[in-house]
Design a protein. Structure first.
Ligand code: GLA
Length: 376
């Protein structure tokens, strides 16, 4: 069954906005394979808003824009599948999509059938132009039902930006992932804002239905459709670490055809991806730092008893990461310590007992895989 762990892939929006076409999508698919992203687990190639004509055809079907997609969606999905990848598309619960193309409102079943015919494996489903008095819950339940019965397994990626208390109903409506934030922009402020908005939503994320903190901006460097100043590689590392700790789907947003070495190595950090893809699917809980309120520790229980521990300095000055192990449930008298393995440097720090302290530069993080060890 699809969607047990957080979905991983690439989406066209962050870089291209509505300026997409079949050549770009094919080149993105090629790059995902050639750059080793597919081997690292990224599998969905998702076309976001702007792929259709402004009107449905005489049979009420959505029509791909023939100038952007002259070969049609079936041929494009065949191409993506031939690369061993999966094919995703975008629609909206409202009358129109956010960029003003036809939405699926009251066409849910015919659209699901169309997507199935095209070989679609993933549907991102937005929330713009929703008739004001329609209950959003009903609209997501409808599309979930249509997808489940269209004859093809299609992952349902809901995108209502976390409004209308969607954490209380989206999982049971049938979504495999659901946006718990507004849109990400390529800046540290945006990353910080989205991450902090997730506090308190940890327990609404789990296998087959994950909180989605929006697409990654790693490697965008202030280019593309969501530019807002860009980030440093250290900030992109913190962003990626946070999304892994929060179980967020990992949907790459940069131009994968032009990634530099740093971007590639951040996006393919195998040990961090393993934390994100952990089969128990528990989103990290948080502990505020002892010395600095700007430091937040994320603790993610993993299959088999290990923990992922990530300390983030959200502040703009140097901070101290001071973690007392009793705050994680480990009493000093228990006779155990944590063996710490650094997931960015690969360093093994040996077994630490009682606590661990390190300096953290602004916007930086440390991530460890921690293994419980008997010390006496
Ligand atoms: C909304 C979504 C974005 C993107 C755009 C497309 O803003 O949140 O992720 O899909 O619509 O118009």
């Amino acid at each position: 069954m699809t969607g047990h762990t957080p979905p991983m892939g690439w989406n066209s929006w962050n870089t291209f906005g509505v300026n997409i076409n079949e050549q770009i999508i094919k080149e993105a698919a090629d790059a995902i394979v050639a750059a080793g992203l597919a081997d690292a687990g990224y599998q969905y190639v998702v076309i976001d808003d702007g792929w259709s004509l402004r009107e449905r055809d005489g049979n009420k079907r959505l029509v791909p824009d023939p100038e952007k997609f002259p070969s049609g969606m079936k041929a494009l999905s065949d191409y993506v599948h031939s690369k061993g990848l999966k094919f995703g598309i975008y629609s909206c619960a409202g009358v129109k999509t956010c960029a003003g193309y036809p939405g699926s409102f009251e066409h849910e079943f015919i659209d699901a059938e169309t997507f199935a015919e095209w070989g679609v494996d993933f549907l991102k489903y937005d929330y713009c132009y929703k008739p004001r008095d329609m209950d959003g819950r009903l609209l997501y339940r409808r599309m979930a039902m249509a997808l489940k019965n269209c004859g093809r397994e299609i992952l349902f990626s809901a995108c209502n930006w976390g409004i209308d208390d969607s954490h209380l109903w989206m999982r049971s409506a049938g979504a495999h992932m659901w946006r718990s934030t507004y849109d990400i922009l390529d800046s540290w402020e945006s990353i910080k804002k989205l991450a902090l908005q997730q506090l308190g939503k940890e327990c609404y994320s789990g296998p087959y239905s994950y909180n989605d903190v929006d697409m990654l901006v790693v490697g965008m460097y202030n280019k593309g459709n969501v530019a807002l100043g860009g980030c440093t590689d250290e900030e992109y590392k913190t962003h990626f670490s946070l999304w892994c700790m929060m179980n967020s789907p990992l949907m790459i947003g940069c131009d994968v055809r032009k990634m530099n070495k740093a971007t590639r190595s951040i996006l393919t950090n195998k040990e961090l991806i393993a934390v994100n893809q952990d089969l128990e699917g528990r989103q990290a809980y948080t502990i505020t730092g002892w010395h600095s309120k700007d430091v937040i520790h994320y603790i993610k229980p993993l299959v088999g008893g290990d923990y992922a521990i990530c300390s983030v300095n959200f502040g703009d000055s140097k901070g101290w990461s001071h973690l007392e192990f009793w705050d994680l449930g480990l009493p000093t008298a228990a006779g155990y310590g944590f063996e710490l393995h650094d997931l960015w440097t690969g360093e093994n720090l040996g077994v630490k007992t009682e606590s661990y302290m390190t300096a953290l530069e602004p916007h930086c993080c440390k991530v460890f895989r921690a293994k419980l060890k008997k010390v006496n």
